[in-house]
Design a protein. Structure first.
Length: 271
């Protein structure tokens, strides 16, 4: 079995540290650009972009490309880095098809909707990373913020996909209401008719199912904690359990056998 090369390991360690320093330094600027990208995508799905906003979106996209390439160059294990950021890579490649016009086939209506679906999913992934950098991956604040982004951007995507079909989602408020009902597992009478709308509906339903379980567990923990603090409640809290342990300890001390005192009239025990 070959021994690891110390110089190679040291080089990988230095590159990893440099990558972490670069990520920490660019965290705030990329966070602002990430939310700006989400806002521009919502405007594009609802009303379309003006030439100025389209230029702004292109500049942000170029910055994302440069950031991704620099991190890829510095990554010690490039294949692992690509596997962990495959959705981000796809979302960065999609605008290139429209910007450079690599293939005219993508001008078809269905192809455009398919590219929009990939862009929506990739942007949601970027928004998830931006919120994770803001709130941390744990906590109710992160989940609430992520749910709000998913609901707003998901509704914009559903409106863009379903507004032209017969009896579809005619307005954005209608699409927003439909998305909120889907995320809360209540549902509605309308079901998407386009392939892209059905795919996005499936992803939103999966997210709603997961986040509904999280909020259910959080609320259950909150109410159980309040009941545990109440001495009259049926749920035993930490103080009640500690008092019970103390009573058991005292009971054991009382039941512990004590040695009988020695009888002075008894003959001494032989050695």
């Amino acid at each position: 079995m070959p021994h690891p090369n110390p110089e190679k390991q040291q080089l990988q360690h230095e590159r990893y540290q440099l990558l972490q320093q670069l990520t920490d330094w660019l965290e705030t600027p990329m966070l602002v650009l990430g939310f700006g990208w989400l806002l521009l995508l919502g405007v594009e799905l609802l009303w379309g972009l003006t030439p100025a906003l389209e230029l702004l979106g292109t500049c942000i996209w170029v910055i994302f490309i440069l950031d991704f390439l620099v991190k890829l160059i510095l990554a010690p294990r490039k294949l692992s880095f690509l596997q962990q950021n495959i959705i981000t890579l796809i979302s960065l490649l999609v605008p290139a098809l429209r910007l450079f016009r690599l293939a005219r086939v993508f001008r078809a209506a269905r192809a455009v909707r398919g590219l929009r679906l990939v862009k929506v999913v990739g942007s949601l992934n970027r928004g998830m990373k931006a919120l994770a950098a803001s709130f941390g991956r744990r906590g109710v604040g992160y989940v609430l913020g992520l749910t709000g982004v998913v609901m707003l951007l998901g509704a914009a995507g559903m409106y863009a996909f379903e507004k032209d079909v017969p009896n579809g989602l005619r307005t954005y408020p209608e699409a927003l209401w439909w998305t909120a009902m889907l995320l809360t597992s209540l549902g509605s009478e309308y079901w998407p008719r386009t392939i892209e709308g059905r795919a996005l509906c499936f992803l939103l339903a999966l997210y709603g199912f997961a986040v509904f379980g999280y909020f259910t567990a959080t609320l259950a923990t909150f109410f159980m904690g309040r009941d545990a603090e109440n001495p009259q409640a049926e749920v035993a809290g930490a103080a009640a359990v500690a008092a019970l342990h103390e009573e058991v300890r005292q009971l054991r001390a009382e039941l512990r056998p004590t040695p009988w005192p020695a009888d002075p009239a008894a003959p001494p025990k032989p050695d």
